[in-house]
Write a protein that binds this ligand. Structure first.
Ligand code: PLP
Length: 219
């Protein structure tokens, strides 16, 4: 019961306002079921195909979160069931999610991913692009999506001051844009923190942590 033990140890340490997404990418359904049987109902995956297969195979009271980069042409495969898409970083992608949500008679919740790390390779909007997207006229017309928060990933470094600085920057953007209050845009969720840095993220204001290896083991 190693997975259940890991899960329980992490859950015990989380403040009640912080939601745990169990990141199960690359892990077999039997591992996810061990977490499920220990009470976990929110799982995060980074590949749409893999998430859809696990969705088919597992109980239907699970919330599936897409935490990876999303290709526009694959949105349709998760639109019937996905609960939250963390990595949205363009209006074009939002328009496609809106279209597929409408086809499925759903409203799909999305987080906007902000680039806060030093590495060039990570996806996400910069501060200016975030402001433009949140205030765009096109966004107002998208009635089948809802922007419910922001997501970010800190630089992969063992310098805690750097990580803290990046999380605090994302928190400041979150606070800045929180007064926006449209039917389809209301920021309540701040998704930041992974196995190595989630405690720092919570100290900096995270309300949702995405934890994989500390629950399921290395990949
Ligand atoms: C893999 C992944 C995680 C979890 O990483 P761990 O270090 O295994 O906890 C969190 N967020 C995203 C976006 C990921 O791709």
């Amino acid at each position: 019961m190693r997975i259940a033990d890991n899960l329980n140890a992490i859950k015990t340490g989380l403040p009640s306002h912080v939601t745990l997404v169990a990141v199960s990418k690359t892990k077999p359904v039997s591992d996810l079921m061990e977490a499920y049987d220990a009470g976990q109902r929110i799982f995060g995956e980074n590949k749409i195909q893999e998430m859809a297969e696990k969705y088919e195979a597992m109980p239907k009271d699970i919330e599936w979160h897409m935490i990876g980069h999303v290709q526009t042409n694959k949105v349709k495969f998760m639109a019937p069931f996905v609960a939250l898409i963390h990595g949205v970083d363009s209006l074009k992608l939002l328009e496609e999610i809106n279209k597929q949500a409408k086809k499925n008679n759903r409203i799909i919740d999305c987080l906007l991913q902000v680039h806060i790390a030093e590495e060039e390779t990570k996806f996400g909007l910069n501060e200016k692009e975030l402001a433009e997207l949140l205030t765009s006229e096109t966004l107002k017309s998208l009635r089948s999506i809802r922007i419910t928060g922001l997501m970010g990933m800190a630089t992969f470094t063992d310098n805690p001051a750097q990580i803290r600085k990046e999380f605090l920057f994302l928190k400041s953007l979150f606070d800045h844009f929180r007064p926006l209050d449209a039917e389809n845009c209301r920021l309540n969720i701040l998704s930041m923190g992974m196995s190595g840095d989630y405690q720092t993220a919570i100290e900096c204001g995270s309300t949702m942590v995405r934890i994989g290896s500390s629950i399921f083991g290395g990949r």
